[in-house]
Write a protein that binds this ligand. Structure first.
Ligand code: AHG
Ligand code: MN
Ligand code: MN
Length: 337
């Protein structure tokens, strides 16, 4: 018997586009492609601990292929599904120096380009902590019918039509946002489908968890140090006490922030004044998701989604999460100006 309470990612995205007059369903097919890459990456990520064992077996690999690192594998999966799908004119990836413009008949007719971080938090693989894939989808500024161009990729985050992430955690989830809302789907491994499990996600307005790399504390600018100091000194009387959590995998730290509320920060440091995280592949997608969910994202001085990228791999400091916490953090930036 079919359980009608279960709504798969495909069914959900089709239901969504039927509500929009003249929609072509291209976005649905794009999300299905990304979901497919996510399932394939998930299979490999799950086997990560077996690499040595499988590596031994791998000696039977007559082609003599190298065992690809997981981030390269993930990148290849993302590029592959998007290139062979029908909805994507080109991609930009954290793993690749330049954009890839697909430039074939079907791709040239597509109206979207996708920017992604194929495997975020990859340094956590060895310790079995959660990692993920992050993506942002933009409508081309050039007209379909011709190959995409650089201008299609260098757009401000506010131009995203959709953004999302897949988290390979204690369960695997795909969460994506369009302007209509943020929805989360959990992978049911028994049927290999992402099933709607977290409809209409809203980030709590306030939270008690702040997430930052304390190891860099002395390298942060004064307003950041001040805000961290405030976080450490919160009491019951003013919304505290706060807890500090930092996994070192943005997807995992942001997924928790979205569900439980909180603030995630990756500030600039004296070594890296522009911060570490990539505007196009990490900050913009999460800024879009968090804003649709009711939260905020800033670089301390400017809304993340308003930043116009100069280069594909630009980095930015980021302060993102529950509105009240981000506002409080920003108040120390304003004070310092
Ligand atoms: P990636 O694995 O794609 O290079 O990204 C890692 C990022 C991000 O996920 C995380 O928030 C941050 O690096 C952690 O950096 P630090 O170890 O410097 O705190
Ligand atoms: Mn990353
Ligand atoms: Mn990465």
């Amino acid at each position: 018997m079919i359980n009608r309470q279960i709504l798969t990612l495909d069914e959900f995205t089709i239901q969504q586009y039927r509500k929009i007059p003249n929609a072509t369903g291209e976005l649905s097919s794009l999300l299905r492609d990304i979901g497919l890459a996510g399932k394939r990456i998930n299979v490999e990520v799950n086997k990560a601990g077996l690499v040595d064992i499988l590596g031994d077996e791998g000696t039977t690999n007559v082609q003599g292929e190298d065992v690809k690192k997981l981030d390269v594998f993930s990148n290849n999966q993302m590029v592959g599904v998007l290139q062979h799908g029908i909805s994507c004119a080109g991609i930009g990836s954290e793993e690749m120096d330049d954009v890839v413009i697909f430039n074939d008949e079907i791709s040239n007719d597509s109206k979207y380009v996708v920017m992604f971080d194929p495997l975020d938090g990859s340094s956590n693989i060895d310790t079995n902590a959660s990692i993920g894939t992050i993506f942002g989808i933009y409508r081309r500024v050039t007209s379909p019918g011709q190959p995409a161009s650089e201008a299609d990729f260098l757009q401000a985050g506010v131009k995203q039509v959709a953004a999302g992430y897949i988290i390979y955690g204690s369960s695997t989830m795909l969460v994506y946002a369009t302007r209509r809302g943020v929805n989360g789907f959990t992978l049911d491994p028994s049927i290999g489908e992402f099933c709607l499990s977290h409809p209409d996600i809203k980030i709590p307005d306030n939270g008690k968890i702040y997430s930052v790399n304390h190891g860099n504390f002395f390298q942060y600018e004064a307003p950041v140090k001040k805000y961290i100091d405030i976080c450490q000194n919160k009491t019951k009387e003013n919304g505290g006490p706060y807890t500090q959590r930092y996994i070192g995998s943005m997807v995992a730290d942001m997924h928790r922030s979205l569900i439980k509320g909180g603030i995630f920060m990756y500030p600039g440091t004296t070594d890296k004044p522009g911060g570490k995280l990539r505007l196009m592949y990490e900050c913009n997608p999460f800024a879009f998701i968090v804003e649709v969910a009711g939260g905020m994202a800033s670089n301390g001085k400017q809304r993340i989604l308003d930043i116009v990228p100069k280069k594909l791999h630009d980095r930015t400091p980021v302060f993102i999460g529950s509105t009240k916490m981000v506002e409080e953090c920003l108040s120390y930036w304003k004070e310092s100006q």
